[in-house]
Design a protein. Structure first.
Length: 110
């Protein structure tokens, strides 16, 4: 049986769009959790040295906005370059190493 190539391209496009939306949500959630974490625990809680330096230089809101806008811009570049597996991998890493720990700290630690 012959496969229609149009369906395959459409499936890839939908996959890429879903990956991009999840990536965006992850970035926004990481920025929000980080901001709340900084308010609750202080600036020493930030584990990323570049972001910690930005927080010291610009303040929390400006630093996190800059970091997240930059990450989203790079994500948009990856999306437009159709390298969605890399985006999916990066999203998984963010979920595991950023959203997971922040969720634990903010919601499960007394």
């Amino acid at each position: 049986m012959l496969r229609r190539r149009g369906n395959e391209a459409g499936t890839r496009r939908v996959y890429g769009d879903v990956v991009m939306v999840v990536f965006l949500c992850t970035q926004i959630l990481d920025g929000a959790f980080t901001y709340v974490g900084l308010q609750v625990f202080g600036p020493t809680i930030e584990a990323n040295p570049l972001v910690a330096w930005l927080i010291g230089a610009l303040g929390p809101a400006a630093a996190l906005t800059f970091a997240k806008v930059t990450a989203i811009a790079f994500g948009a570049f990856l999306h437009l370059s159709s390298v969605h597996r890399i985006m999916a991998t990066l999203t998984g890493i963010y979920l595991l190493l950023a959203i997971g720990p922040w969720t634990h700290l903010l919601f499960f630690v007394n």
